[in-house]
Design a protein around this ligand. Structure first.
Ligand code: ADP
Ligand code: MG
Length: 238
């Protein structure tokens, strides 16, 4: 079943076109990576899906419902960013529960959901710390915890690992894969790192200058790149 469908999606900033008529189908429960060089439009596409950026033309469908004008909240998506967006002055527990507080969930329910997320992400012993007392990987897990407590139906990741060192990045890939499998939700994962995309995703979408060069499963992209750009991009080390 198709969970999200982009149809002839376009975005211009002023007279600069950054996304050119994108068509894409994202299956329910799949892990799709959008990969391409810096500036190719990955974050803009993700932000349009999240409802954080206006669409210039075209359509976005969630389960066959056109959501072009739907508020971000109504889309039931959660974003995980590279800079974590954690608040330094509050604890890990409060950071994870923040959106639930804002949505006025009852305290007992917040405690239950935060504890559940902390258990899954192995953050139980760190709940009373502040972000400054955590490692980069732990902070990233707190950001994932904050995204998961509202049980969104879609996770949107924007280069969540790009601030981490190489060793930790590799370790966190496995954690993100595990996270996706346990949550059983649709994940869209933006990265400029083709190895990350190839390791994580069921479907990899290679973008260049706001256009899809090729989309497919990692093996078919690796074995049958359709053009030199894809061959070089997929084949070159990070
Ligand atoms: P990526 O995430 O792939 O690095 P972005 O989606 O951030 O790329 O940006 C795509 C293009 O759109 C870039 O050329 C960028 O400079 C431009 N862009 C992004 N946001 C804005 C904005 N708010 N105003 C003007 N140009 C923007
Ligand atoms: Mg970006």
């Amino acid at each position: 079943m198709t969970r999200i469908r982009l149809e002839n999606l376009r975005k211009s900033f002023g007279d600069v076109d950054v996304v050119h008529g994108l068509d894409l189908e994202i299956e329910d429960g799949s892990f799709v990576a959008l990969v391409g060089p810096s500036g190719c439009g990955k974050s803009t596409i993700l932000r349009m899906i999240a409802g954080l950026e206006d669409i210039t033309s075209g359509s976005i469908y969630f389960d066959d419902q056109r959501v072009n004008d739907a508020e971000p909240k109504a889309r039931n998506v959660a974003m995980v960013f590279q800079n974590y967006a954690l608040y330094p002055h509050i604890t890990v527990r409060e950071n994870i529960g923040l959106n639930l507080h804002i949505s006025k969930f009852p305290k007992a329910e917040i405690d239950r959901l935060v504890n559940e997320a902390a258990a899954m992400l192995e953050l139980q012993d760190l709940l009373d710390r502040r972000p400054a007392q955590l490692s980069g990987g732990q902070r990233q897990r707190v950001a994932m915890g904050r995204a998961m407590v509202r049980k969104p139906s879609v996770f949107l990741f924007d280069e969540p690992l790009s601030n981490l060192d190489a060793k930790l990045r590799v370790q966190m890939r496995a954690e993100i894969k595990h996270f996706h499998k346990s949550m059983q939700r649709t994940s869209i994962y933006v990265t400029h790192d083709q190895i990350e995309a190839m390791t994580l995703a069921d479907k990899v979408v290679v973008l260049r200058k706001g256009r899809i060069e090729q989309a497919g499963d990692p093996i078919s992209l690796y074995e049958s790149p359709q053009n030199v750009f894809v061959a070089q991009f997929i084949g070159s080390p990070a």
